[in-house]
Write a protein that binds this ligand. Sequence first.
Ligand SMILES: Nc1nc2c(ncn2[C@@H]2O[C@H](COP(=O)(O)OP(=O)(O)OP(=O)(O)O)[C@@H](O)[C@H]2O)c(=O)[nH]1
Ligand SMILES: [Mg+2]
Length: 371
Amino acid sequence: MDACRFLLPKSEAQLSLEQNLQGTHHVGSSAQARSSLVPNTQPRDAKPRLLLMGLRRSGKSSIASVVFHKMPPNETLFLESTTRIQKDSIHSFMDFQVWDFPGQLEYLEPSFDLEDIFGSLGALVWVIDAQDDYLDSVARLNRTILTVQQYYPGINIEVFIHKVDGLSEEYRQDTFQDIVQRISDELSDAGYENAPVHYYLTSIYDYSVFEAFSKVIQKLIPNLSTLENLINTLSNNCGFEKTYLFDVLSKIYIASDTRPVDMACYEMCSDYIDVIVDISELYSWDHPLRKSKGEQVQEAESHVILHDETMIHLMEMNKYLCLVSVIRNPEAKEKKGLIDMNCRTFQDALNEVFSRSWEQEQIEQAAQGET
Ligand SMILES: Nc1nc2c(ncn2[C@@H]2O[C@H](COP(=O)(O)OP(=O)(O)OP(=O)(O)O)[C@@H](O)[C@H]2O)c(=O)[nH]1
Ligand SMILES: [Mg+2]
């Protein structure tokens, strides 16, 4: 394994990876300094909101804890039932909020203000326990969709058919088909054809919940197609088989090239981030006698060559994001310098995309202020 860079004295970038690891920038740390490259001009309440809803014990809090708080899946067994809405502010490449609802909350009753709950553009993530009887959950989801759609047609509805780890492959597919059918039938009976509802098979015991959340978050990123175009150009020029742009802490990928996602590839890249974060934790501490041998690169960078000559290449892009690529070309190790250079060019373009959207928001806000 070629991880020699991580034996060098600590660079600023390694420090930021550590900070990410310690979770200092994540939930509830609004005082944390932000990278100047990441837009932060939205008013607090304009952050996109993800609502986690579903019946009791369907797995909502477990999903939020595993994805955003790095809780090991087994420990979710000890989570208590949620009694009030849990609001998490996530500060990352894009600020957003995750609201975890108590299963028993009757939010459609007139005493609840729909504007308060659904008013901020985002996604409604409905969690269905696939190991349990799901008819009630489907009925309640349909009622929610029909109510919400009248007032907020722009909201994305994402259905997590959850806890599928306990189901056989065949039963999983049958359950999936059955749920999709029931929801679309009921909605079209109510006169609502082609509802924008998307379905995912998920479990906290594998990567499926990260993959599903990645898809949910990607729909909220305004520059997604620009990011995908940039990644496609990079991948084609460097012969990458698959490239992901990851949020380091949650390991959600915010964009990838447009080739089909291969789960094994995603798992490999996601695990590699853990390896690098662990290694930088071990070796990047300050040593009073250690002196830098020369100029240090700003961002953490590493690659590893596996037994079948596949190369995994990782480069930190900014405080929150890193680019991980899989290259199945034995010649790649001779062209490492070229790969690094192309990734740096991509990094410049990426940061320009973010700074541009930041400028755009400032212009929009100034225009709003004038009117
Ligand atoms: N097998 C399996 N169990 C899961 C999964 N996700 C959650 N669970 C279990 O489901 C149980 C309920 O999880 P919670 O996250 O507390 O459910 P909730 O939807 O937040 O429940 P309320 O707060 O009561 O609405 C816990 O024992 C979890 O360990 C999963 O993917 N697979
Ligand atoms: Mg809960």
